[in-house]
Design a protein around this ligand. Structure first.
Ligand code: XUL
Length: 508
């Protein structure tokens, strides 16, 4: 049976997942912090004195790609059986390349590493990623120039982490390096280009996370690109549908046993890929990904935008559009509270067992890093009470508040939710699954792999290369292995608490 590979380049790791039409065959991962300590990025990004500036080293992603294939080969995984590849990238991150990029890609030498060969092609040594919140001035400039039209055109109000404002900041702060930049890639299109040995396109799913793509024409908007930075339009790759085959795998990867020439499908963003990977096609189902960021997403039946400006509209790789709401304080916030109590994840779960739904009204605004929904600076961890509340109560306050915030800020999509498909590392936390089920009053399903983004990328490869339908693939690959039913009795606790949470957030 034909096999397909999905690669997921997320904030903290690079993962590979191999499927055929009937199931998941193998998974492997590289953790940036522990496997590549020389890049000094324990959580996948570089330390900076200003917490609003968050960049990563793009060479680390290349080193991880070499290492992932090396690990797979050493494990005895038959990479020569793979017949199609696609991938998923953390959204919004951008890579800046000079005029030597194309030539270096076309002549990759299997005797050297990707990082050493492509290092000279970078016109900017580091890549701003989605956690960067340093573009307030640029967002203001976009708002002043375009008003609400920017959201109507691109599906999102100007957002600090989005690539357009990031590009504007770079071009204004460093005109010389900007002039030396020939091509801008997203994390997704950068890694796809490396696989193909030529500069490739950006798909509508990930391209919509730039504040540059006109979602009506599905082309870069010339007025917005013109205002964002000089000559920007000519530095952007083409925007294409998510099932586009970009080319064949380049010869370099033959050293890992992969077959050069196998089709490589355009990569997409992690959230669009996760939508496919959880098989989330039916109305009434939404996806929640509990990763470094927490995200809530769903297919959209009609194009609409968030009146409060926090939510986004991206291209749905299955066609049409999807909604997306992102909470920056996801796993990193859970991790902070877990570390405060010096417990492992089992201990974290154990602590909530002795607490009750509603937590006596205790809530928390966990802003360990700058928040995007709603926009707020870092440093305010409102509601954390070490002295008078127990560990369990503080952990419950964090988890219930995260769930309430997701419910509150996804209301604009008007989706009636009866089922939540949960994915991401923290989907393994039983206590959190129960809280989400009760707060949303919807049943929570989890599936075999917690890496829906990688799975979705592999499914996209199968769909584009061999026309296997997403429905057919989801029936075999996205089956629930666990279902948590909601308790209707908790509705009277969480409905008023939602109002309480709303007031708290507004007050702060
Ligand atoms: C979505 C967002 C994050 C990143 C990283 O808008 O910023 O979810 O895609 O996962």
């Amino acid at each position: 049976m034909k096999q397909y590979l999905g690669i997921d380049s997320s904030t903290q790791s690079l993962k590979g997942i191999i499927i055929d039409r009937c199931g998941i065959l193998a998974e492997e991962s590289v953790h940036f912090g522990s496997d590549l300590p020389e890049y000094r990025s324990p959580n996948g990004f570089l330390a900076h004195e200003n917490p609003e500036i968050v960049h990563a080293n793009p060479l680390m992603w290349l080193a991880a790609l070499d290492l992932l294939f090396d690990k797979m080969q050493k494990k005895g995984i038959r990479l020569d059986r793979i017949c199609g590849i696609s991938g998923s990238g953390q959204q919004h991150g951008s890579v800046y390349l000079n005029s030597s990029f194309e030539k270096s890609l076309a002549s990759l030498d299997a005797g050297k590493t990707l990082a050493e060969q492509l290092q000279p092609t970078l016109s900017r040594a580091t890549s701003p990623i989605w956690m960067d919140h340093s573009t307030r001035d640029q967002c203001r400039a976009l708002s002043e120039r375009f008003g609400s039209r920017l959201q109507e055109i691109t599906g999102s109000a100007p957002a600090e982490r989005f690539t357009g404002p990031q590009i504007m900041k770079f071009a204004r702060q460093d005109p010389a390096q900007w002039a030396n930049t020939n091509r801008i890639h997203l994390v997704s299109s950068f890694l796809c280009s490396v696989l193909c040995g030529k500069s490739t396109s950006i798909d509508y799913g990930d391209g919509a996370g730039m504040n540059l793509l006109n979602l009506k024409t599905l082309k870069w908007d010339s007025e917005i690109t013109g205002f964002t930075a000089p000559n920007l339009a000519e530095k952007l790759p083409l925007a294409v549908p998510s099932n586009t085959i970009e080319g064949g795998l380049c010869g370099y990867f033959g050293k890992y046993g992969l077959k050069p020439g196998i089709p490589v499908v355009v990569w997409s963003g992690d959230n669009p890929c996760s939508l496919i990977g959880i098989g989330c096609a039916q109305p009434g189902t939404i996806g929640i990904s509990l990763g470094t960021s927490d995200t809530v997403f769903a297919p959209m039946s009609v194009f609409k935008t968030d009146p409060l400006g926090c939510g986004h509209v991206f291209g749905n790789p299955a066609g049409g559009f999807m909604s997306l709401i992102c909470f920056a304080n996801g796993s990193l916030a859970r991790e902070e509270i877990r570390k405060k109590y010096q417990v492992d994840w089992a201990g974290f779960e154990e602590e909530i067992r002795g607490t009750v739904p509603g937590n006596g009204g205790s809530l928390m605004l966990p802003r360990f890093s700058p928040e995007c929904t709603p926009s707020a600076p870092a440093g305010v961890v409102y509601g954390y009470d070490e002295l008078s509340s127990s560990a369990g109560e503080n952990i419950r306050a964090l988890l219930e508040s995260q769930a309430l915030s997701m419910r509150l800020h996804s209301k604009w999509t008007d989706e009636k939710v009866h089922t939540i498909h949960l994915t991401g590392g923290a989907s393994k936390l039983n206590g959190f699954r129960k809280i989400l089920a009760d707060v949303f009053q919807a049943d929570v399903m989890t599936q075999e792999s917690s890496n829906a983004a990688g799975l979705g990328a592999a499914m996209r490869a199968a769909n584009a290369v061999d026309h296997l339908s997403f429905e057919e693939l989801a029936e075999k690959l996205c089956l629930p292995v666990d279902r948590v039913l909601h308790n209707p009795d908790t509705k009277i606790i969480y409905d008023p608490m939602l109002e309480q949470y709303k007031r708290l957030e507004k007050g702060i």
